[in-house]
Structures are given as structure tokens and as C-alpha cells.
Design a protein around this ligand. Structure first.
Ligand code: COA
Length: 226
């Protein structure tokens, strides 16, 4: 005869542990959505982090103009702030990344006239084509695109990039995505970080138009299954 187990002694049904969003636990690092106070940081960070692309697009002498133009543009593009996550380390802004999903418009409000005043005609043209190439990403249903990840040079190597990537996985899973992908230059040391985080190279891409717009013709598409 089967042993009768008193109700009190029966095992609890298995429960899926509720995961805390990486970057929200108590500690020196906090990750939160972009706010008004982050506009200057984000505008500058994205130019400095991707200085090779920007230098190629606008010319070395116009880099400060690119920071100012970028800052103005992000300042008025409030409807995309919710797609930007800012890492704050010991109270100082330290990193940023953008997450994009299928069917969402995440275009920033680029204005040619304004760009011309900061960058001149040639710089504006370079920036326009850089955007045309790098923003032309096909995000399929169930995919998340990780764009613009950057950590300020003063804060690199402390694991902030890793936690930003963990947070990206978390946000993508929250939206029931099955995979997350990014583009990275083949020569970028960050490829190692992405591999450690579970991304694999799905295919190399690039070529003439890529070289002309971004300065590099050798890119990887890397993807992680969630
Ligand atoms: C890539 C980046 C976001 C990582 O942030 P981080 O906080 O330094 O990362 P972690 O401390 O968690 O991990 C260290 C790893 O980051 C990468 N990394 C560190 N410094 C880097 C740099 N200057 N450029 C590119 N990758 C770098 C390396 O993969 C490193 O691992 P390794 O020491 O084994 O080579 C940051 O270094 C950065 O902003 N780099 C410049 C911009 C860039 O290349 N962004 C990626 C574009 S796809």
C-alpha cells in the first residue's frame, strides 16, 4: 500500500526563479533607462566610443562638432530614450547601450540643416551615409538587436560591459525574444567578450559600400540564442 504523505510534508511544486534585472542589485553599478540628465553623456559617449567610424565619416577636425550635433539630436529624440540603457558606476555615468526590437521605430531626429552648422556639408554627408548603412538593420520577429554598446575608457575592464550584456539578455527575454544579435568589426577586441557571453559569428559581411561609409569592410554578425 502507498505511503500517505501528510500534506505539510509534501514537496513544494517547482517554481521558476524570478530573475532580478542585472544592474539593479545593490552595489556600485546601476543600469537604468536614459533620462534627461544623460543627454550630454550619451551624445559624447557614442562619438568617443565609435571615434574611428565618426572620424571616417566627418573628418578628424570635426569630432567636437559631431559631439555637439549628436548631443542636440539625442536631446530632442525623447521617444527613443526608453531604448537606451545607461550604466552608472559609483554615481557617475559610465556606459550606454541601445536595444532595438522588431517593428519599433527607433530613429533619432537627424536634421540636415543642424548637422551642416556643426559639420559642414561634407561632414553632414559622411554622417548621413554612415547612418544609412548602420541603421539599415533587418530585425526579424523574435529578435533583439544590440546597438551602440560602449563603456567610457575610464571604466573599461571592470566588468561593466559584461553586465550590460547580461541586462540586454534579460530585456530581450522579457520581450520573449529567441535571439539577440549585434554587428562588430572583425578586428575589434570586443569579439572575445561577446564570445564569452555566448555569441557566435553567424556570418562575416562588409565590402565596398561598408568601407566607404564606416571605414571598414570587414564586419561580423554575431548572434546569441536566448
Ligand atoms: C567593448 C566594451 C563595451 C566592453 O566594456 P568593458 O566594461 O570594458 O567590458 P568588461 O570589463 O566586461 O570585459 C572586458 C572585455 O571587454 C573588451 N574590451 C576591453 N577594452 C576594450 C576596448 N578598448 N575596445 C574593445 N573591446 C574592449 C575585451 O573583450 C575585454 O576582454 P579581454 O580583456 O579578454 O580582451 C568597452 O570596452 C568599449 O566601450 N569599447 C570601445 C567601444 C567598442 O568597441 N564597442 C563595441 C562595439 S561592437
Amino acid at each position: 500500500m502507498a505511503e500517505v504523505v501528510p500534506v505539510d510534508a509534501q514537496p513544494e511544486p517547482a517554481q521558476t526563479p524570478v530573475q532580478t534585472a542585472p544592474g539593479t542589485e545593490p552595489g556600485p553599478l546601476q543600469i537604468r533607462n536614459m533620462e534627461e540628465q544623460d543627454v550630454d553623456f550619451v551624445g559624447r559617449m557614442l562619438v568617443e566610443t565609435f571615434s574611428d567610424k565618426f572620424e571616417h565619416a566627418v573628418g578628424k577636425s570635426r569630432m567636437e562638432g559631431a559631439v555637439q550635433q549628436n548631443t542636440k539630436m539625442y536631446g530632442r529624440s525623447k521617444d527613443v530614450w526608453h531604448r537606451y540603457l545607461v550604466a552608472v558606476y559609483e554615481g557617475r555615468p559610465a556606459g550606454v547601450m541601445a536595444l532595438k526590437f522588431h517593428g519599433e521605430t527607433t530613429e533619432v531626429d537627424f536634421q540636415c540643416g543642424e548637422a551642416c552648422s556643426y559639420l559642414g556639408c561634407c561632414g553632414t554627408c559622411g554622417l548621413f551615409w554612415l547612418g544609412a548603412y548602420t541603421e539599415n538593420v533587418n530585425i526579424r520577429v523574435g529578435q533583439c538587436y544590440l546597438d551602440h554598446i560602449g563603456v567610457d575608457a575610464d571604466f573599461r575592464g571592470k566588468g561593466i560591459g559584461k553586465i550590460l550584456l547580461d541586462r540586454a539578455d534579460f530585456e530581450a527575454r522579457q520581450r520573449e525574444c529567441k535571439s539577440i544579435f549585434l554587428w562588430v568589426k572583425q578586428s575589434n577586441r570586443a569579439v572575445r567578450l561577446y564570445e564569452r557571453q555566448g555569441y557566435v559569428v553567424t556570418h562575416p559581411f562588409g565590402g565596398c559600400f561598408s568601407r566607404c561609409t564606416t571605414g571598414s569592410s570587414e564586419w561580423y554578425n554575431m548572434e546569441k540564442q536566448l
